[in-house]
Write a protein that binds this ligand. Structure first.
Ligand code: BT5
Length: 343
């Protein structure tokens, strides 16, 4: 597997040192000529690898590729496309074609809850919720869909969206130091600047297929504005959207970020299989980053609109809204801040 050679070359030390051929063959348990074949495959995949008598040195290569992702996520099925209509559509198609009867999760798998990752460099029909568009220019962002087998009853699916939001926020923090916050139900937002406006840095689109008792598979679609510049978005969107690059001034490696999101997602989704104590840990993590709680908001859902104070997120991941007429619970909806005094 070329990705194992890639990992060894990439991890060889600062500035990517030369790695002797015998060291690679010993580490992988294969012959030197097998190593050479894998080097050739990497070179054909766009990697510049200098080969000399004393060994191999990785000079550069694509930031995103199936090899980049696979080398960071061994054991996970990876589907990578330069161009996809929507990674969620591709994930749902792939999952149904190949996993009509999902195999039982192998507990010894490196990431047991994550059965596949679909990632694209560009989406031609990226989707938000309710048919809205997700702008997906090439070369700058992360557009990924994780196929999960959470083994939970359908009413608990809101918890999966919370797990995906929390996983994304923690991965961004781990990779870049940026403290992203979560706006219920599915927005990743950058910390408010002096003007107090929150800008959207990413979003979650959770879709699932279930029978009456059990979620068969869930696709967590995650879009993160990574190295996006204002000029990459349509005019007018720049005031509402931002990116990791815009917030930190530094570029982030998208393959490393996507892999970190997958590892976090697998961990937090796994807690849903482990009972209420473990779930409490997920809810605590989500609530600590959620900016919606405590705010006066309007929730719009199926043609109706309700105003009140967001008093919390309940144990099923639903938003609790305290209104003059009592407490209401929402599994999904559009949330807008309102000034106190507004109806
Ligand atoms: C979301 O929807 O926030 C979910 C976005 C999920 C995108 C991922 S990318 C990988 C996977 N494949 C897909 O096809 N989708 C998922 P929603 O809450 O409906 O927000 C959509 C709204 O966000 C739009 O109406 C715009 O106002 C805004 N928007 C669109 N593109 C954006 C971007 N790149 N950055 C920030 N805001 C954006």
């Amino acid at each position: 597997m070329p990705e194992r050679v890639l990992k060894l070359l990439r991890d060889s030390g600062p500035g990517q040192k030369e790695v002797p051929g015998p060291a690679l063959s010993a580490a992988l348990g294969i012959t030197r000529s097998a190593v050479w074949k894998k080097i050739r495959r990497l070179q054909a995949g766009g990697y510049r690898i200098l080969a000399s008598k004393s060994g191999y040195r990785l000079m550069d290569g694509p930031e995103l590729s199936a090899f980049e992702l696979q080398s960071r996520l061994p054991g996970v099925k990876i589907v990578f496309r330069e161009n996809a209509s929507s990674t969620n559509d591709l994930a749902l198609e792939t999952a149904f074609r190949e996993m009509t009867v999902p195999p039982p999760a192998a507990p010894e798998a490196p990431l047991p809850c994550l059965s596949a990752l679909v990632l694209a460099d560009c989406q031609t029909a990226g989707r938000g919720r309710l048919g809205r568009r997700w702008h997906s220019p090439p070369g700058v962002n992360v557009y990924m869909s994780a196929v999960l087998r959470p083994e939970i009853p359908p009413r608990r699916t809101p918890l999966l969206a919370l797990a995906a939001g929390l996983a994304s926020a923690l991965a961004i923090k781990g990779q870049t130091g940026l403290e992203v916050r979560l706006k219920w139900p599915n927005d990743l937002i950058a910390p408010a600047k002096a003007d107090g406006r929150c800008k959207k840095i990413g979003g979650i689109l959770l879709e699932f297929r279930s029978d009456p008792d059990r979620v068969l598979l869930a696709v967590a679609g995650i879009g993160i504005n990574a190295n996006l510049k204002k000029t990459d978005l349509p005019k007018g969107m720049g005031t509402a959207a931002t990116s990791i690059l815009a917030e930190t001034g530094r570029r982030v490696n998208r393959a490393a970020l996507a892999a970190a999101v997958c590892k976090e997602l697998d961990y937090w989704t796994g807690l849903l299989r482990k009972g209420t104590k473990a779930e409490a840990h997920l809810l605590k993590g989500y609530r600590s980053l959620c900016v919606t709680i405590g705010k006066r908001i309007r929730v719009q859902t199926e043609g109706e609109s309700f105003t009140g104070t967001a008093s919390g997120i309940d144990d099923d991941g639903r938003l609790v809204l305290t209104t003059g007429a009592g407490r209401l619970r929402f599994s999904t909806g559009e949330v807008q801040s309102v000034r106190s005094g507004d109806a």
